[in-house]
Design a protein around this ligand. Structure first.
Ligand SMILES: *[C@@H]1O[C@H](CO)[C@@H](O)[C@H](O)[C@H]1NC(C)=O
Length: 286
């Protein structure tokens, strides 16, 4: 019996204008200024993950908490407007104080494009139950103390159109400062990993994830070859749309206790396109 486990939470010492949920058929995402990095990511298919071109995923956020006077990276997240960030609910604990770092590439050094902003609100999905990870709803919104100014290193992600479902074998990229191997070291520099989407019909088969995956999730990876360890919890699954704009289709939720890239046990993400209305109503009322 496979036990789903949250992907390792690890430590590295270390507008009030909301972009409305965008229907890509009606509104070009480019016009709204999301999902188009100044520095293009390298998207040649590589086995195993890769250090990224600096700032080529400018919506990638590091969620950090303070402990004994030091800030620690705990999860990835995605900037979706100038003052809201999307992450996984299992990343959040109400007893912690959080901040976000934006525009980061390498934790070891201070970078000119980086910004650090306090968190003022953490809002879990109302149906999230930490004891029922396999029910889904592992998604939270984080409100920043003040809006961040967009720049070459800080830009918001686009959300996919509500209800949109990726086909089996579509290639996407997970990004984060997560471990390089199952028990490997955590990198200082942002990493990307190429993953193929596994559709729900396949992923819910009993020899894959079975009943642990719901239709409010996306599976990607699980071929046992391409590493899927990259990207820690809460971080984005980035997929390019027909117009060459990046959309965040998934929020890293859980993986297999057997290892990062176990055959038929792909990484599981909260499916963002199932939460468009939750995202817009939550932001509008907070
Ligand atoms: C969100 O869920 C986490 C468990 O994942 C819990 O610890 C936290 O208290 C919740 N936050 C709020 C604001 O309810």
């Amino acid at each position: 019996m496979m036990i789903p486990v949250v992907l390792a939470v690890f430590l590295v010492a270390g507008v009030t204008l909301f972009f409305p949920v965008i229907n890509l058929l009606l509104l070009s995402c480019t016009a709204s200024g999301c999902g188009v990095p100044t520095y293009n990511p390298l998207v040649s298919r590589v086995v195993n993950g890769d250090e990224v071109i600096p700032h080529s995923w400018p919506w990638q956020v590091s969620l950090q908490y303070i402990y004994n006077g030091y800030w620690y990276h705990t999860c990835g997240a995605s900037l979706i407007s100038s003052n809201w960030v999307l992450t996984a609910a299992h990343c959040i604990s109400s007893s912690n104080i959080y901040r976000v770092m934006l525009g980061k590439h390498n934790f070891r050094v201070a970078e000119s494009g980086q910004k650090t902003i306090s968190v003022v609100k953490l809002i879990n999905h109302s149906k999230w139950n930490p004891n029922r990870l396999s029910a889904g709803f592992d998604i939270s919104l984080i409100k920043l103390e003040q809006p961040v100014e967009f720049s070459d290193t800080i830009q918001p992600a686009c959300l996919p159109a509500a209800g949109s479902i990726l086909n089996n074998n579509v290639g996407c990229y997970v990004t984060g400062w997560g471990n390089l191997q199952t028990d490997g070291p955590s990198p200082d520099k942002l990493q990307q990993g190429s993953l193929l989407v596994v559709d729900h019909a396949t992923c819910s088969q009993s020899d894959w994830w079975g009943k642990s995956v719901q239709t409010n999730m996306i599976c990607a990876g699980g071929d046992g070859v391409i590493s899927s360890c990259y990207g820690d919890s809460g971080g984005p699954l980035n997929c390019l749309n027909d117009q060459g704009v990046w959309e965040v289709h998934g929020v890293v939720s859980f993986g297999s206790s057997l290892g990062c890239n176990y055959y038929k046990k792909p990484s599981v993400f909260s499916r963002v396109s199932d939460y468009n209305s939750w995202i817009s109503t939550t932001i509008a009322s907070n």
